[in-house]
Write a protein that binds this ligand. Sequence first.
Ligand code: HEM
Length: 429
Amino acid sequence: PHAPAADAPAGCPAAAPAPALFTWEFAADPYPAYAWLREHAPVHRTELPSGVEAWLVTRYTEARQALADGRLSKNPVHHSEAAHGKGKVGIPGERSANLMTHLLNIDPPDHTRLRRLVSKAFTPRRVAAFAPRVQELTDHLIDGFAQRGEADLIHEFAFPLPIYAICDLLGVPREDQDDFRDWAGMMIRHGGGPRGGVARSVKKMRGYLAELIHRKRESLGDTAEADEDLISGLIRASDHGEHLTENEAAAMAFILLFAGFETTVNLIGNGIYALLRHPAQRELLQKSITAGDTDPLTTGIEELLRYDGPVEMATWRFATQELTLGGQRIAQGDPVLVVLAAADRDPARFTEPDVLDLTRRDNQHLGYGHGIHYCLGAPLARLEGQTALATLLTRLPDLRLAAEPDALRWRGGLIMRGLRSLPVEFPPE
Ligand code: HEM
């Protein structure tokens, strides 16, 4: 990544130079730079590593406001550069693959219709019923390294758990799930890198999903409705007699995979890392789990999301008309990135925001977004996060970091925040 040196905006004291954004140092710890932006340039125009210019919104109040502002569209056709063929937003390969009509790329009324349909199939009840399977998967993955005394918790734990979980939930047959793991691995490893590989993976995933959906439609009704997988539920879901088309169902399955995968990898990875660096907090959590008190685990997952959440910036938004945000004029067509990681450390909203406090109660963080695009998968993410952390801390209570924090590398993507690897050691089980 390069480092465009942002100039201090007019009216700011020249003594405080703007910090460099998008460098390796920034990726390792963006929080000091975000503190500077919140204070001096809360709605800040900058050039992103891709060359696209966008506004970064870093204060809690404006962030929440922007997430709920109907004048900020999710549809990339509103991007001023899209009109000139320069649009560099979205998932590589996705445009051609016709998976564009998913929730994170559309506005009401289409969004309202699709979200209502998917909500009928992807219910909290379905997620709750999935808990034993998440536990089984978690234990199976820990079995794979528990006797070795060391592991890379990203590759062997945080990465495979969500992909197998979402595949199971959707109804991807077990024998095909390793293909998904490989495609997803390509997307996560090279998200900002060689486009060819990612585009190919997206294309393969799309082809597979289209065929799977077709097959599921043919066999709809062979299984009792209560035991149906999520894809069959999506096909069956109807709203005022309306159903998803096969293409819409494919795009929906894709966005569930795409939105529910790397996010959860990072929730587990960032969460374990934060606990390893805060021994007193980790001890508090371990003791409460052993004592059967689930309270700190519940509040703790929310605090880990606030403190170092998986989604550093909410996905793209584009101004459909000129508007003012935090005193800044934003022109029609300008891209806006709401920096959730910065908003969630805003001292104007959170007491001692840089302190990790797993028992924090006043914690309306923006880690899952806000407004009509609020995370649809939050119940599943919570289930996976709680199961993963509780099981790991119970089975390997003496887990410790096997690398200096400075030696750890963070993935350099724009939207997500997560570690490339997390080496740990522990007395073998
Ligand atoms: C939307 C975060 C897990 C599915 C979002 C948004 C955020 C978010 C911030 C809003 C983006 C925006 O407004 O630009 C997270 C985090 C997760 C997580 C932090 C894990 C800890 C999941 C899972 C699934 C999922 C497991 C599904 C399996 C979705 C979908 C949307 C969404 C479908 C789009 C909703 C809409 O546009 O109406 N998520 N997510 N997420 N998330 Fe999640």
